[in-house]
Design a protein around this ligand. Structure first.
Ligand code: PFF
Length: 471
C-alpha cells in the first residue's frame, strides 16, 4: 500500500486487485461453492456481488476519498458534530479496523499450508497423490491425497514451521517496504496465475466424469437453495472483495481526487469475481469427477489441497505444473497478507501512538499467538469447539470459528455502520453526487436502491442467522 497516493487509476486497480485476489478466490470460494450446492451458490454470489457488494465497495472507496483518512479517522470525521444515534455511528470505524486483526492469523495459517504444498510437490513424486492411491490417517483408510493433508495439519510442529515461514515472509516485505518490487512482480504473477488456471480448467474439462461436475457448478439447482446459501455467499463476498475491513477505505484515501472512481471499482469487482469463477471451474469439476457430488457437498477447508494434487497426478509433467500452481497461489496469498498486515500495522501505530517498528512487533505477536492456537485446533486442541454451546456451530473448530466471527458477525455489523454512515450521516443524495463527480453513472439507481432497501435487511438476516435465531 502506498502512502503517497496511487499514480493513476491503474495503480489503484492493481493495488486493490492485488489485495482482493488471494486465498479468498482460490481456497475459500471453491470449497464454499462445492459445499453449498454448486450452481445455486455461484448464481447467488454473482447477484450479490453485482448489487450489494458493488454498493458497499463503491461506498467504502468514496468514504476514503472524501475524508482522506484511515477507517477510524474517516468515521470520526464524517460523524463530527452529530449527536446521539448518528454520533455513535463513528464506532463503525473501530469495527472495520478490528476485522483484519482476526482474519490475518488464520489467513497466515492457510498461507502456511500453501507454502507446505510448494515444498511437498517439490520433494514428493506427484504419483503419491494419485486419486486411486490409498493411505491412512488416524487409522482410517482414505485417498492418499486426503490422508497427506490431514496428517500434515495434525502435525503441530510441521504445520507451525510452515506457518512461521509464511508470517516471516509477509513481515519482511512490510518491514523492508519493498512494495514497489512487489507491485512489479504482481504484474507478471497475476496474469501467469490466470493463464495457468485457464490451462488447468481446459485439462479438467476432459477428465472422465467432469461433465457432471460442470453441470453441478454451472447449472443452478433451486432445490439446493436455502438462506444459508445467501449467508455463506455474503460472508464470501466480504472476504473476497476485502470490504467491511477498512481496507477499501484506506485505498480510496490514496486515490487522486480526479480519478474515475466508478470505473476503477467496476474493474476490481469484475477482476476479483472472474478469478474466483475460474478457480471454481478448475476445482469443482475435478472434485465431482473424482468423488461424485457427495464429495463436493462434503467439501471443507482442505478442498484445494486435496483435489488439486490429484489433478496434477493425472498427467505427465503434472509435478511441474503443481509446483507452479502453488507458487502462484502463494504469491497471491502473500500480496493479500501484506495488505492485511499493513492495515493492522497502520491502525496499531496510529491508535496506540507507537512507532511503526513497535507496531509491527505487536501485530506479529498477535498473529503468531492466535495463529498457533488456530493451528493447534487440528492437533493438540482438536477437541476444542469454541462455539460448541450453540447447536449449529458445535462442529466448528478454531479456524471455522474465527472465520465465522469475522465474516458472518463482525463484517455485517461493520457494513451496517457503513450503510448508516452513507445514508443517514452523509445523506444518500450528497454521497451519490460526490461519487458521480459529473460523470455518467449507470448503476446509480441500483446503488441507491441497494443502500436504502437491500443492504440492511440482508445484513440483518445474516446476523439473525449467526445468533442462531434462524435455524
Ligand atoms: N480479499 C482477500 C482474498 O480474497 O484472499 C483477503 C483480504 C486481503 C482481505 C486483504 C482483506 C485484506 F485487507
Amino acid at each position: 500500500m502506498k502512502k503517497d497516493g496511487f499514480s493513476g487509476k491503474l495503480g489503484f486497480v492493481l493495488a486493490a486487485a492485488g489485495s482482493a485476489v488471494g486465498l479468498g478466490n482460490i481456497w475459500r470460494f471453491p470449497y464454499l461453492t462445492a459445499k453449498y450446492g454448486g450452481g445455486i451458490f455461484l448464481l447467488t454470489y454473482v447477484v450479490l456481488v453485482l448489487t450489494f457488494g458493488y454498493a458497499l465497495l463503491i461506498s467504502e472507496n468514496a468514504i476514503g476519498r472524501m475524508t482522506r483518512r484511515s477507517p477510524i479517522g474517516a468515521f470520526r470525521k464524517l460523524c463530527a458534530g452529530k449527536h446521539s444515534f448518528l454520533g455513535a455511528v463513528r464506532w463503525g470505524g473501530w469495527i472495520n479496523s478490528i476485522v483484519p486483526l482476526i482474519i490475518l492469523p488464520y489467513y497466515c495459517v492457510i498461507g502456511g499450508w500453501v507454502t507446505k504444498y510448494v515444498a511437498a510437490l517439490l520433494v514428493n513424486p506427484v504419483s503419491a497423490f494419485h486419486k486411486d492411491a490409498l493411505a491412512t490417517h488416524a487409522g482410517k483408510s482414505m485417498s492418499a491425497s486426503a490422508a497427506y493433508f490431514l496428517n500434515f495439519i495434525s502435525d503441530p510442529v510441521g504445520s507451525t514451521a510452515f506457518f512461521l515461514v509464511f508470517v516471516i515472509i509477509t513481515a519482511l516485505v512490510i518491514a523492508c517496504g519493498v512494495e514497489k518490487g512487489i507491485e512489479r512482480f504482481n504484474k507478471i504473477m497475476m496474469p501467469l496465475l490466470i493463464l495457468l488456471c485457464i490451462g488447468i480448467c481446459v485439462y479438467c474439462m476432459f477428465l472422465p466424469g467432469a461433465g457432471a461436475g460442470f453441470r453441478y457448478y454451472l447449472m443452478p439447482d433451486v432445490r439446493k437453495f436455502s438462506y444459508m446459501t445467501v449467508v455463506a455467499a455474503m460472508g464470501q463476498l466480504f472476504f473476497s472483495l476485502s470490504i467491511a475491513m477498512g481496507i477499501m477505505i484506506t485505498y480510496g484515501a490514496y486515490m487522486r481526487r480526479n480519478e474515475d472512481l466508478i470505473s476503477g471499482v467496476n474493474q476490481v469487482e469484475i477482476f476479483d469475481t472472474a478469478v474466483a469463477f475460474l478457480a471454481g471451474m478448475m476445482i469443482i469439476p475435478a472434485v465431482v469427477a473424482f468423488g461424485g457430488e457427495k464429495a463436493a457437498e462434503n467439501a471443507g477447508v482442505g478442498l484445494v489441497f486435496i483435489t488439486m494434487p490429484q489433478v496434477f497426478a493425472g498427467f505427465a509433467g503434472g509435478r511441474i505444473f503443481g509446483v507452479m500452481f502453488f507458487v502462484l497461489v502463494l504469491f497471491a496469498a502473500a500480496t493479500s497478507a501484506v495488505s492485511l498486515m499493513e492495515t493492522n500495522v497502520q491502525m496499531v501505530s496510529q491508535e496506540m501512538r507507537i512507532s511503526r517498528f513497535k507496531a509491527i512487533l505487536c501485530v506479529l505477536g498477535e498473529v503468531i499467538g492466535i495463529g498457533v492456537v488456530t493451528l493447534m485446533g487440528y492437533s493438540l486442541l482438536s477437541h476444542v469447539r469454541p462455539l460448541g454451546f450453540i447447536e449449529k456451530y458445535r462442529n466448528f473448530d478454531i479456524l471455522d470459528t474465527l472465520d465465522f466471527l469475522s465474516n458472518s458477525v463482525l463484517m455485517p455489523v461493520g457494513a451496517i455502520f457503513t450503510t448508516v454512515l452513507v445514508v443517514a450521516v452523509v445523506g444518500l443524495e450528497k454521497f451519490s453526487h460526490y461519487i458521480r463527480s459529473g460523470r455518467p453513472w449507470r448503476r446509480e439507481f441500483l446503488f441507491q436502491f441497494c443502500m436504502c432497501v437491500v443492504v440492511i435487511p440482508c445484513l440483518l438476516v445474516v446476523l439473525l442467522n449467526a445468533t442462531g435465531v434462524l435455524k
